[in-house]
Design a protein around this ligand. Structure first.
Ligand SMILES: Nc1ncnc2c1ncn2[C@@H]1O[C@H](COP(=O)(O)OP(=O)(O)OP(=O)(O)O)[C@@H](O)[C@H]1O
Ligand SMILES: [Mg+2]
Length: 573
C-alpha cells in the first residue's frame, strides 16, 4: 500500500507545477463528453420529429444544434489533446534534466556496479514508454469517465429497463480486466528489462567492435540471438495478452448490444417506447462501448505504468556525491596517508598504506600490476571514498574537504584517456572552460600535440569521433596532457599515462611535466625507470602495502624488490 502511495505521490509531485494545463485538459474532456452525450440525446428528436413526424422546422433547429455541439466538441478536443500532452512533455523535460544531473553527480562506485546500457535504456526506452502510457491515461481517462457518466445518465433517462441489460455485463468486464491486466503488468516489466539488455548489448558491441572482430564473433552472435529471441518472446506475450484483453471486452460488449437490440425491439413492437428512444439509446450505447474500451485500455496501461515508473525512479535515486565541507585551496604542507585500508567486496585492496608527501615533492609509485597503485592515487580526487584510516591534506582529513574543490586542485592523467565525441576545442575546454584559442594552442604545443595542426583539417573545430577514434593512442594521450596543462592543478597525479608513447616523446613529456609543474606536488605511477629520474623519492607497492621507500640510489643499494624487478629486468616491467 505504501508503495502505491509513493507511486501516486510521485506522479502528483511531477505534474503539480502543470496543474493548470491538466485542469484545462480536463475541462476540454468535459466539453467533449458533454457534446457526445448531447449527440446521443438529440438522436431521439432526429428519429421521432424528423423521420417519423416529418417536421421540417425541427430538422432546421436540430442541424443548428448539431453544428454547435460539433464546434464545442472540437474546442474540447484541442484543450485535451494539446494542453495535456504539453504538460507531459514538460514533465519529461524536467525528468531528463534530473536524471542527467543525477548521473553527473552519482557516486563513482555506482557505475562499477551497474550496467551502463541498462541506465541508458531506462533514460530512453522507459521515458518514452512513460510518455506513451501517460498520454493514454491521465486526462484521457478522466474524460472517458465523464463520458461514461454522461452517457449513463442519458441511457437511464431514455430507458432504465433497457439499461439493466448493460449492468449484467459488468462483472464479466471486471473479471477480464483483472486477469489480463495482471498478465500484462508482468510482461510489460519483463519487456522493459529486455529492452535494457538489448541496448546494453548494442552498446558493448559497438564500443568494443575491434575486440569483437579480433576474437570470436560467433559467440557474440549467439548471445545476441538468444537475447533477441527472448525479447521477441516478451513482445509477443505482451501483445497477446493485450489483444485478448481487448477482444474479451469487445465480445462482452457485442453480446450486451445484441441483448439490447432484442429487448429494445420487443418494447418498440409492444409500443412501450418510441423508435427515437431506442435509437437515442443505441447511439449512447455505441459511444459508451467505445469509451469503456478506451478506459479498459487505460486500465491495462495503468498496470504497465508502475513498473515503468519504478525503473525511472531508480535513476532518480542513484546515490549522489555530497559536495560539502571546507574548500581545498591547494596544498600548504603535506599529504599524509595514515594506515589507509580499503576493501572492495571480499578483497582487501589496500592493507595499511602509510605515506608522507611534502609539498612540491615528486613521488614515483612503482609495483607489479594489480598491486594497488591506481587505487592509492584515486583516493586523492575522491574517486574512491570507502577507505578506512585517514588521508590528511595539511591539517584536515580528505573527507572534510568539498569534493569539487579537491577535484579543481588535483589533476590526474590516467591510464585510460577519454576523448569525447566532440570537437578538439570542446575536448580541451573541459579543462578550462574560459580558455582562449591561444591558450589552447599553447597547451597543445607544450604537450607536443603538433600533429593537430598538420593532420586535423578544421583545426580546433575538428570532431574527434567516438572516443577519439580518429586519433592514435599516443595522440589521445597528448590531448589529455594538454588538458592537464590547461587545468594547471596544484597536485598532479600521473597514472602511467606515458605508457602508450614512444620513448622519445615520453622523455619529452616527462620533461615538460617536470618543467610545467616544477613547484607542484606530483605523484607518478610508472613502470619506467626513465620517468623515475625526476622524482625525489620512490615507493614500491606490493599486494596493497608499501614495501620499500627511498631515493633511486637508496633502493638500488638495498638490492630489494625494486632492484630485482625494476632494475635487473631492464627498462620496464
Ligand atoms: N571495483 C573493484 N572491485 C574489486 N576489486 C577491484 C576493483 N577495482 C580494482 N580492484 C582490484 O584492486 C587491485 C588493485 O588495482 P589497481 O588498479 O590499484 O592496481 P595497479 O597497481 O594500478 O595495477 P596496474 O599496474 O595494472 O595499473 C587489483 O587486484 C584489482 O583487481
Ligand atoms: Mg593502475
Amino acid at each position: 500500500m505504501k508503495e502505491k502511495n509513493n507511486f501516486l505521490g510521485f506522479l502528483i509531485r511531477l505534474f503539480k507545477p502543470y496543474l493548470i494545463f491538466i485542469i484545462l485538459g480536463i475541462i476540454g474532456g468535459l466539453i467533449e463528453s458533454g457534446a457526445l452525450a448531447a449527440l446521443a440525446f438529440i438522436l431521439k428528436n432526429v428519429v421521432d420529429d424528423v423521420f417519423v413526424n416529418k417536421d421540417f422546422e425541427s430538422l432546421k433547429w436540430i442541424v443548428g444544434v448539431i453544428i454547435v455541439i460539433a464546434a464545442a466538441k472540437q474546442i474540447g478536443f484541442f484543450l485535451k489533446e494539446y494542453l495535456y500532452p504539453y504538460a507531459i512533455y514538460k514533465v519529461v523535460q524536467n525528468l531528463r534534466e534530473k536524471i542527467y544531473l543525477n548521473l553527473l553527480n552519482a557516486e563513482p562506485s555506482f557505475f562499477i556496479k551497474h550496467p551502463h546500457g541498462d541506465l541508458v535504456s531506462r533514460a530512453t526506452n522507459d521515458l518514452e514508454a512513460f510518455v506513451n502510457v501517460m498520454k493514454l491515461l491521465g486526462v484521457n481517462l478522466v474524460a472517458q469517465i465523464f463520458t461514461v457518466i454522461a452517457i449513463i445518465i442519458v441511457l437511464i433517462y431514455r430507458d432504465w429497463k433497457l439499461f439493466t441489460i448493460f449492468i449484467i455485463a459488468v462483472p464479466f468486464l471486471v473479471i477480464a480486466l483483472n486477469y489480463f491486466g495482471e498478465k500484462r503488468k508482468k510482461y510489460s516489466q519483463m519487456l522493459q528489462e529486455g529492452k535494457g539488455e538489448y541496448t546494453q548489448m548494442l552498446n558493448q558491441t559497438i564500443t568494443g567492435i575491434e575486440v569483437v572482430k579480433l576474437f570470436n564473433k560467433d559467440i557474440f552472435l549467439r548471445i545476441f540471438r538468444k537475447l533477441n529471441q527472448e525479447l521477441f518472446r516478451r513482445e509477443k506475450k505482451n501483445v497477446f495478452y493485450e489483444t485478448f484483453y481487448l477482444s474479451s471486452v469487445e465480445i462482452i460488449a457485442y453480446l450486451a448490444t445484441a441483448g439490447i437490440i432484442y429487448y429494445g425491439g420487443y418494447r418498440i413492437i409492444h409500443g412501450e417506447i418510441t423508435a427515437g428512444d431506442f435509437f437515442s439509446f443505441l447511439g449512447g450505447v455505441l459511444i459508451l462501448v467505445n469509451s469503456l474500451q478506451i478506459l479498459q485500455r487505460g486500465a491495462v496501461q495503468l498496470k504497465a505504468l508502475s513498473p515503468i515508473v519504478e525503473r525511472i525512479q531508480f535513476l532518480l535515486n542513484i546515490p549522489q556525491e555530497k559536495d560539502e565541507g571546507i574548500e581545498f585551496k591547494g596544498l600548504k604542507d603535506r599529504i599524509l596517508y595514515d594506515n589507509v585500508r580499503l576493501k572492495l567486496g571480499e578483497n582487501e585492496i589496500l592493507k595499511g598504506i602509510n605515506l608522507e608527501i611534502k609539498r612540491g615533492q615528486k613521488v614515483g609509485i612503482v609495483g607489479l600490476t594489480g598491486s594497488g597503485k591506481s587505487t592509492i592515487v584515486k583516493i586523492l580526487p575522491a574517486i574512491i571514498k570507502t577507505y578506512e584510516g585517514n588521508v590528511f591534506l595539511d591539517e584536515h582529513e580528505l573527507r572534510e574537504y568539498s569534493i569539487s574543490s579537491l577535484r579543481r586542485k588535483i589533476g590526474m592523467l590516467s591510464q585510460d584517456v577519454f576523448i569525447f565525441n566532440d570537437t578538439l576545442r570542446n575536448n580541451l575546454l573541459i579543462a578550462k572552460p574560459d580558455a582562449t584559442d591561444e591558450e589552447l594552442i599553447e597547451a597543445l604545443k607544450k604537450a607536443k600535440a603538433d600533429f593537430v595542426f598538420e593532420k586535423l583539417e578544421k583545426g580546433l573545430d575538428t570532431p574527434l569521433g567516438e572516443k577519439g577514434s580518429r586519433l592514435s593512442g599516443g595522440e589521445r594521450q597528448r590531448i589529455s596532457i594538454a588538458r592537464l596543462f590547461l587545468k594547471k592543478p596544484d597536485i598532479v597525479i600521473v597514472d602511467e599515462a606515458t605508457s602508450a608513447l614512444d620513448v622519445e616523446t615520453e622523455e619529452f613529456i616527462t620533461e615538460q611535466l617536470n618543467k610545467e609543474f616544477k613547484n607542484n606536488t606530483m605523484l607518478m605511477v610508472t613502470h619506467r625507470l626513465k620517468t623515475l629520474e625526476i622524482v625525489d623519492k620512490i615507493v614500491v607497492v606490493e599486494n596493497g602495502k608499501i614495501v620499500e621507500e627511498g631515493t633511486e640510489e637508496e633502493l638500488i643499494a638495498k638490492k630489494g624488490i625494486f632492484y630485482k624487478f625494476f632494475v635487473l629486468s631492464g627498462q620496464e616491467t
